[in-house]
Ligand binder design. Structure first.
Ligand SMILES: NC(=O)c1ccc[n+]([C@@H]2O[C@H](COP(=O)([O-])OP(=O)(O)OC[C@H]3O[C@@H](n4cnc5c(N)ncnc54)[C@H](O)[C@@H]3O)[C@@H](O)[C@H]2O)c1
Length: 471
């Protein structure tokens, strides 16, 4: 092994490449740039590259002043949509998306196409590291990265002249306490030496490193973490369905249960799960397990329960409206929050999108939404004429005829009063909860947001003006 390569890592002379500058890749690039590395970032999105070149961030957790500092002032974060920029990179971290296909099978095409682009620029090269960070099934790093490289360049030998590892990204967007630097990082290499080399790189920028026995172990760690969350959220969602039937306040049950100082960890129900991780990652695991004739019952059940929560939320709203002799058909409905969770701008897999669609298409409600973090969202619909968005594309999807962009509306006391009901879908910190309570006619709170924001008395008694309900 080239001792110079290890020395370069230690003295921070390594040029660090990052492929994919999204929610995961951009914060990582900034962290390496802050530590003084020369960072080379690639993204196929021209618009993202242009924004970064203007010194602007498109991710809430990354400040524009940091982008400006490293891209423009110091210049140690170079970005491009052209892979040629990585020609001199000593390490390459891959952080591209790993979505699901329509059939709910893993779609690893972004990893494959990133490798297609990397192979030509790695010709005749040795002594470099490749680290996959995208969440994926056990075996991906070995099969799609190392075996692919070896097939092309037979002189490469893991742990000798190339270092390949998997290191799952655990970033929790919007978390004020834990970010890239202080979230412990798991690293598992193709060989022990690969783990050691990649550990020495990441330990220069991340506070705690957790080396594990292989890339497969590291891939499984990430899937365990997210399956754990998906299953536990499904458990409390099922408890919510049961408590709804029995007339018990599930939120108060969880608050009391969590006072137990050992053996219990609180999870919270809600209108459904979202984001690029929790709804998808467990299905990567169950898909791979099937090739070993193993069927994950927990994962399938959790996916089923969590996936039905948006529909339960609409059914509950329907029930509440009926109780008050109001019809959902034609009702003016205000959805508060469209992102998949609190204080972020990400709408990927957000349950709000499905709730919007069901209310609008099945119940024929007059639906609007307000989310200061989400100025607009797109959805496909089968050619209906009504709506408050503007049509931006027709015929984009084989099953749909219209692609609609829906805009967030501004709200005020008076505007809230014009709605027949308000549904709190996301408990953003920025919302004026007193105004929501005082001006809504009927409220369905799907996050216990009113209680958590000090309006506990209101929710238990109902004010004279509002009828308050929790999921
Ligand atoms: N978002 C999260 O909170 C989070 C947390 C942990 C792990 N992850 C995992 O990290 C991975 C990335 O997720 P993300 O949220 O950052 O996705 P993202 O969509 O925000 O970012 C991915 C970026 O990769 C770019 N890209 C796609 N194909 C490319 C290619 N061939 N070459 C170069 N760039 C390409 C896209 O343009 C995009 O900017 C996923 O596997 C995800 O499961 C995400």
């Amino acid at each position: 092994m080239d001792i110079k390569f290890l020395e370069k890592i230690k003295t921070k002379e390594t040029k660090v490449g990052i492929v994919g500058l999204g929610y995961v890749g951009l914060p990582l690039a900034i962290e390496f740039a802050k530590a003084g590395y020369q960072v080379l970032g690639v993204d196929i999105s021209e618009s993202k590259i242009e924004q970064l070149k203007r010194g602007e961030s498109y991710i809430l957790d990354v400040k524009s002043c940091d982008v400006y500092e490293f891209v423009i002032n110091r210049g140690n974060l170079q970005i491009s949509s052209n892979y040629e920029i990585l020609k001199n990179a000593d390490t390459i971290s891959i952080t591209v998306p790993t979505p699901l296909r329509k059939t709910k099978d893993p779609d690893i095409s972004c990893i494959v196409s990133a490798m297609d682009s990397l192979l030509p620029i790695l010709r005749d090269r040795e002594n470099y590291a490749i680290i996959l960070e995208s969440t994926t099934y056990p075996g991906t790093t070995r099969e799609l990265i190392y075996d692919r490289l070896r097939l092309e360049y037979k002189y490469l030998e893991a742990g000798e002249n190339i270092f390949v590892a998997f290191s799952p990204e655990r970033v929790d967007p919007g978390n004020p306490k834990y970010h890239t630097k202080n979230t412990p990082k798991v690293i598992g290499g193709i060989t022990k030496r690969c783990t050691e080399v990649v550990t020495s790189l990441y330990s220069n920028v991340i506070e705690t490193i957790v080396p594990v026995g292989s890339s497969e172990e590291a891939e499984m760690v990430k899937l365990l973490e997210n399956t754990f969350r998906a299953v536990n959220i499904a458990l409390v969602n099922e408890l919510l369905l049961m408590c709804d039937r029995m007339g018990i306040d599930v939120w108060r049950v969880i608050d009391a249960a969590k006072t137990k100082p050992f053996g219990f960890m609180p999870f919270y129900p809600g209108p459904g799960i979202g984001g690029h991780c929790i709804p998808l990652d467990p299905l990567y695991l169950s898909w791979k397990a099937k090739s070993y004739d193993f069927y994950n019952r927990f994962i399938e059940l959790a996916s089923d329960i969590n996936g039905n929560m948006p529909r339960f939320t609409v059914n509950k709203l329907h029930r509440i409206m009926n109780e008050h002799k109001k019809c959902l058909n034609g009702a003016k409905v205000l959805l508060l929050g469209m992102s998949y969770k609190k204080d972020i701008d990400d709408v990927r897999e957000s349950p709000g999108l499905e709730i919007y669609k069901i209310l609008r298409e099945e119940y024929k409600a007059d639906v609007y939404y307000h989310d200061p973090h989400v100025p607009s969202f797109n959805y496909y619909t089968k050619g209906e004429g009504q709506g408050h968005g503007h049509e931006v594309e027709v015929g984009g999807d084989s099953e749909s005829s219209n692609f609609i962009s829906v805009d967030s509306i501004e709200i005020s006391h008076k505007i809230i009063q014009t709605f027949d009901c308000t549904v709190l879908l996301v408990d953003h910190s920025i919302f004026d909860y007193s105004s929501i309570v005082e001006n809504s006619k009927i409220i369905l709170d799907t996050r216990n947001g009113l209680v958590n924001n000090g309006l506990a008395n209101h929710i238990s008694t109902s004010t004279s003006t509002s009828i308050l309900n929790k999921l």
